[in-house]
Design a protein around this ligand. Structure first.
Ligand SMILES: *Cc1c(COP(=O)(O)O)cnc(C)c1O
Length: 388
């Protein structure tokens, strides 16, 4: 019954992690999951209040504009101007999304034909590859290596690949490794995209979850970037709103126009009260995010010090809410994560789940409460200390 495209897509990593959790719980194991990055903390109250009051207004129950309410797009534009110094036209250069996951899948449908290639990073969030595959295209993987701070060497892409390539998809700050791209990298990537007539997509959902006061830049800060770049942003991670489903695409008008063709024929936009609350969030002074950064910093430091105590030295996280580390032994990340689950009840993300070059690594998500995280780390580190 299933279409080939459904048969051929590998099971979604996080659905598998959820299943491993249920199986272990059914066997009586007391499980703590550090596998999936879904904020444990509440959406700030002022955003919830805005949702509540705008949900009372009857006009807000109708179909919203496809591209998003002007109020939301203007709030997004103003925020980009304040945060990154980039001015976008809300009418043609911003489009509201039901989350970045949805937006990316539809952007690939809008851009990729069978035979086209998307250049993706490896390891990476799986959606770039899946979106390309759903559209009938192929992906070329550029390895990200710890010694290069998980930035790709764009010169590695072979000429035959570049002939067929249409899109290059990056994601900084990067999930799963927590690497941040400096502005120099973006300049180089924009030049590369322009030279090779590619659209550059940057999934930038983690720009606000940075550590040590070092604000990650946007690719749109590079001069002329909007001629060949679109950035994807989400309220999910910045405001603990993963279940709300709201984000936006910003940048190249032609790409956004192509996206609009797919989206007007697929969905009917984001519930107005969620857009109104989202606009309110983007217009705040973002002190709620300051608070969030402090919490994640404390958790990051706890995880780093516990791992150090058992001789494991992770990549130093510059942003996101992940800690990415080489396995303490062996190369098989699935086997290692299984052993840790059996010994400690702690679920980790196996690096290979993000791609071949993620093999040999594991990921910890900092999205559980401080006490639970400490308990999980104590158990995990005891399990690591037992050795292979
Ligand atoms: C969480 C995450 C997303 C999903 O964002 P939504 O707006 O909730 O769909 C997209 N990209 C990356 C890299 C993520 O980690």
């Amino acid at each position: 019954m299933r279409a080939d495209r459904v048969k051929k897509v590998p099971p979604y990593l996080f659905a598998q992690i959820d299943k491993a959790k249920e199986d272990a719980q059914a066997r009586g194991i007391d499980v703590i999951s550090l596998g999936v990055g879904d904020p444990d903390l509440a959406t700030p109250g002022f955003i919830i209040n805005e949702l509540k009051s705008s949900a009372e207004v009857v006009e807000n129950h109708h179909y919203p504009p496809y591209e998003g309410m002007l109020e939301f797009r203007e709030a997004a534009a103003d925020w980009y101007r304040r945060r990154f110094g980039f001015s976008a036209d809300p009418a043609s250069e911003i489009y509201a999304l039901l989350g970045v996951k949805e937006g990316l899948i539809h952007m690939f449908l809008a851009l990729i034909d069978p035979g086209d290639i998307t250049i993706v990073m490896d390891p990476s969030y799986p959606i770039f590859e899946v979106g390309t595959f759903f559209a009938g295209g192929d992906t070329y993987h550029i390895p990200l290596r710890e010694e290069n701070d998980y930035l790709p060497d764009l010169e590695e892409v072979p000429r035959e690949v570049l002939k067929k390539a249409k899109v290059i998809a990056v994601n900084y700050p990067h999930n799963p490794t927590s690497a941040v791209a400096p502005r120099d990298f973006y300049s180089e990537a924009v030049r590369f995209a322009r030279e090779n007539k590619l659209l550059l997509i940057n999934d930038a959902v983690y720009t606000e979850l940075y550590f040590d006061g070092l604000k990650p830049p946007s690719v749109l800060e590079v001069d002329g970037a909007k001629d060949c770049c679109v950035e994807f942003h989400s309220l999910s991670k910045t405001f603990n709103m993963t279940g709300w489903r709201i984000g936006f695409a910003i940048g190249n008008a032609e790409a956004i126009d192509a996206l609009s063709v797919v989206k007007t024929n697929t969905d009917s936009g984001v519930f107005r009260p969620i857009q109104i609350a989202g606009a309110r969030a983007l217009r705040e002074d973002l002190s709620s995010v300051d608070h969030l950064r402090r919490i994640y910093t404390k958790r990051r430091d706890l995880v780093l010090s516990k791992l150090k105590g058992v001789g494991v030295s992770p990549y130093y996280p510059k942003a996101t809410f992940y800690v990415w580390s080489r396995l303490p032994w062996g190369r098989d990340s699935i086997e290692f994560c299984r052993t840790m689950l059996e010994r400690s009840g702690v679920i980790l993300g196996p690096g290979v789940g993000w791609g071949r070059y993620g093999e040999g690594y594991f990921r910890i998500a900092l999205t559980v409460g401080d006490l639970l995280l400490e308990k999980a780390m104590d158990r995990l580190c005891a399990a690591i200390a037992q050795g292979e």
